[in-house]
Design a protein around this ligand. Structure first.
Ligand code: GTP
Ligand code: MG
Ligand code: ZN
Length: 309
């Protein structure tokens, strides 16, 4: 639906800005944005001004566009409720982090880093432990269930967990993320076989995926259910992720919450201070050690950023 707006330019009432349409970016590729409108999808370019304002359009963005001779232009990005650098998406209701314990092995640190970034923006995170037909990943499942995550044990190959995941996704806009080769696109194919998304074999020698998915794209599974497939992470990519402020980090780990506010020092960083209740919880087995170790690594990264500023 075109939205009539008053125009303050001097184009004599012919300004194309007067006919703005609002839609969502479902794909962004090489400077082109596919925007879904009620009447169909329009491929758009982005106005240079957007980049000058420091905000390139992202998949998931709600945008206002103008259209002329079938060619679209993104004029404005509407305010975002959240935004991620990796994966490059905006306005999600939740992230599904994919993990596996074989071919490739997912490092808990990757899960913790992505979920801390999401937690910092109050975006819920679900963990989908895939390839359970090859390895049941008992440690990953235990660690994250203990840490309070919703964990789905799944296999895109056998169909295990697919219906459970479908129920979790229903009515939301979710982005799949995780290391390359872990089975994000395969799971989308299992959820919706008509998609026929490309999937790639994991190198036997390196035990790594091959970056089969190269861009972020949003797919509609049901009337109100959208999922973004995104390119997987390699071990280097994590360096490009958002960095949290060290003061906020403790709150981005929801499993720390019952232990906060009880340390001897009010501004305890939970690293080496005496009488730290977070460290005590780790020693007593009430907090998963790998989660705490990830906190320490992220704290160190957060400190480095401060130094460069
Ligand atoms: N045995 C088994 N293999 C799987 C499963 N899920 C995916 N695979 C295989 O793992 C390989 C990688 O799967 P993809 O779906 O391409 O992985 P991806 O996470 O989308 O990878 P990127 O697009 O590179 O991020 C393919 O050969 C799939 O057939 C599973 O549950 N079990
Ligand atoms: Mg993929
Ligand atoms: Zn403490």
């Amino acid at each position: 639906m075109g939205q009539r707006q008053s125009c303050f330019c001097d184009h004599g009432g012919l300004c194309k800005m007067m006919d703005l349409k609002t839609g969502r970016i479902i794909r962004s590729l090489s400077g082109f944005y596919d925007v879904a409108l009620p009447e169909g999808v329009v491929t758009c370019r982005g106005r240079g001004i957007l980049r000058k304002e420091g905000s390139s359009p992202l998949t998931g963005d709600l945008v206002q566009i103008t259209e002329e001779n079938g060619r679209g232009m993104v004029e404005k990005i509407l305010p975002r409720k959240n935004r991620f650098i990796r994966p490059a998406v905006a306005n999600v209701d939740a992230l599904v982090v994919f993990a596996a314990n074989t071919n490739p092995v997912t490092e808990p640190f990757l899960i913790d880093r992505v979920s801390a970034i999401a937690g910092d923006q109050d975006v819920p995170v679900y963990l989908c432990v895939n390839k359970c037909d090859l390895d049941p990943a008992v440690d990953l499942v235990r660690i994250y269930r203990n840490a309070g995550f919703s964990v789905i044990r799944a296999s895109a190959e056998t169909g295990e967990g697919v219906e459970e995941l479908r129920n979790l996704l229903r009515g939301k806009f979710t982005a799949f993320t995780g290391n390359t080769g872990v089975g994000k696109s395969s799971m989308l194919n299992a959820l919706c076989p008509e998609l026929c998304l490309a999937t790639g074999a994991v190198s036997e020698k390196l035990g790594r995926g091959r970056h089969t998915t190269r861009h972020v794209e949003l797919y509609q599974l049901e009337a109100d259910t959208y999922v973004a497939d995104t390119p997987g992470f390699s071990s280097f990519d994590t360096e490009q992720m958002d960095v949290l402020l060290k003061e906020n980090l403790q709150y981005a780990f929801p499993d720390f919450a019952p232990h906060l506010g009880r340390c001897r020092f009010q501004d305890c960083s939970h690293r080496a201070e005496p009488d730290c209740s977070v460290r005590a919880a780790v020693e007593e087995g009430k907090l998963e050690r790998t989660r705490y170790e990830s906190y320490l690594r992220l704290y160190e990264k957060a400190e480095q950023v401060k130094l460069y500023k």
